[in-house]
Ligand binder design. Structure first.
Ligand SMILES: Cc1cc2nc3c(=O)[nH]c(=O)nc-3n(C[C@H](O)[C@H](O)[C@H](O)COP(=O)(O)OP(=O)(O)OC[C@H]3O[C@@H](n4cnc5c(N)ncnc54)[C@H](O)[C@@H]3O)c2cc1C
Length: 330
């Protein structure tokens, strides 16, 4: 049976929804890296109720992957089997709750949350202005910058489980432990929104801090390139101590020291501007990007004995074993 027939059959097995299904929807082109394969079936739910109904009725053997705007993922060239859920309108609300709290839907862009917070006179959420993802991605990755992370401002996350049940999980709930770029809530849980708390502040002051963040980013990161942000997390102080390195050593310094800055592999390159960022110089495949990361990991381990941890999520299958022969159809 061809993969195309198999996938049409997958759509046939999926429940009726008010949202939209697309077979073999290109994903790579919509990712920040502009590389990688397609979704076997892409599902864009109309709203929360539609998503709940889908999950209640979706056969349990169908793999489900949730994506935001793909600013922290390499989607492998063979694509993603099963259903990929991308939330859009219906999940982008940003509303003030009381005086210093706001609600944001999972598909709201972090940058829009920062601007809305400024308009509401809520200070402390400016760090979102420099993170080019969605609130769903920020909750999953515990995104942060310049000393503040999502966990610091989170009051409650609204999630839907694989059975289509909604849960309201408080920030201090033990099942949701958030640490550096990590949230311990099971991967099967889908974030649909969250409540975030700041402090009442003058909108002008908030605006000036947002501008400062933007300037800092433009000066230090390749924000206009096809990139995925920091490739590897910084090593922990314990990992650095075990390797006999000072506890303030950063990943970019280790990569720099092994000749990584500007290093090219296929169409992928370690950024000259920030050498923990990979960039697609034009024709990079997801494989090029992943191999470039592995090359840096290998060199750093060989020279320093530090095992770098991928911060970028690598999702899907290599071309040889993935949706393979239908890639041309994407
Ligand atoms: C130029 C650049 C600069 C960056 N700077 C920073 C930075 O300063 N700080 C920082 O923390 N990050 C940074 N990043 C990385 C990235 O923007 C963040 O991790 C962001 O939070 C990812 O959001 P996203 O919507 O793009 O998620 P995606 O990349 O689409 O997904 C990331 C992960 O989250 C999961 N996910 C997404 N949405 C949901 C959901 N609704 N429910 C459950 N799981 C979900 C996905 O399955 C995946 O595992 C940067 C990236 C770029 C390209």
């Amino acid at each position: 049976m061809s993969v195309l027939k198999k996938s049409e059959k997958l759509i046939d097995r999926l429940p009726m929804v008010r949202g939209r299904y697309t077979a073999f929807a290109p994903l790579g082109d919509t990712s920040w890296f502009r590389a990688g394969g397609c979704a076997e079936v892409l599902y864009k739910p109309a709203d929360k109720e539609d998503l709940c109904d889908f999950l209640k009725a979706c056969p349990t053997d169908v793999p489900i992957t949730v994506l935001g705007v793909c600013s922290n993922v390499i989607i492998r060239d063979g694509g993603i089997a099963g259903v990929v859920i991308k939330m859009g309108r219906g999940f982008t609300d940003i509303e003030q709750e009381g005086t210093s709290t706001l609600y944001a839907g999972a598909a709201a862009l972090d940058a829009n949350v920062a601007i809305s917070a400024q308009n509401f006179g809520i200070g402390g959420l400016e760090f979102f202005s420099g993170i080019p993802g969605t609130i769903g991605g920020a909750l999953r990755m515990n995104a942060g910058a310049y000393g503040t992370e999502t966990a610091d401002v989170l009051v409650q996350a609204d999630v839907i489980d694989r059975q289509g049940q909604i849960h309201h999980i408080k920030a201090n709930d033990p099942q949701m432990q958030m640490s550096y770029r990590h949230n311990s809530l099971p991967e099967a849980m889908i974030f649909v929104g969250g409540y975030f708390k700041g402090v009442i502040e003058d909108a002008g002051l908030i605006e000036s801090r947002i501008l400062e963040i933007k300037e800092k980013r433009a000066a230090t990161q390749p924000i206009k390139a096809r990139t995925g942000g920091s490739t590897f997390a910084n090593p922990t102080p314990q990992e650095l101590a075990a390797a006999g390195l000072p506890e303030d050593k950063k990943t970019w310094q280790l990569i720099d020291a092994v000749g990584g800055r500007g290093f090219v592999l296929g169409g992928a390159q370690m950024s000259e501007k920030h050498c923990n960022f990979m960039i697609n110089t034009g024709e990079a495949t997801a494989h090029d990007l992943e191999m470039l990361g592995e090359e840096m990991k290998g060199r750093v381990f060989e020279k320093f004995g530090v095992n770098l941890r991928w911060e970028i999520r690598r999702i899907g299958q290599a071309k040889a074993i993935g949706l393979g022969d239908v890639m041309g159809e994407c």
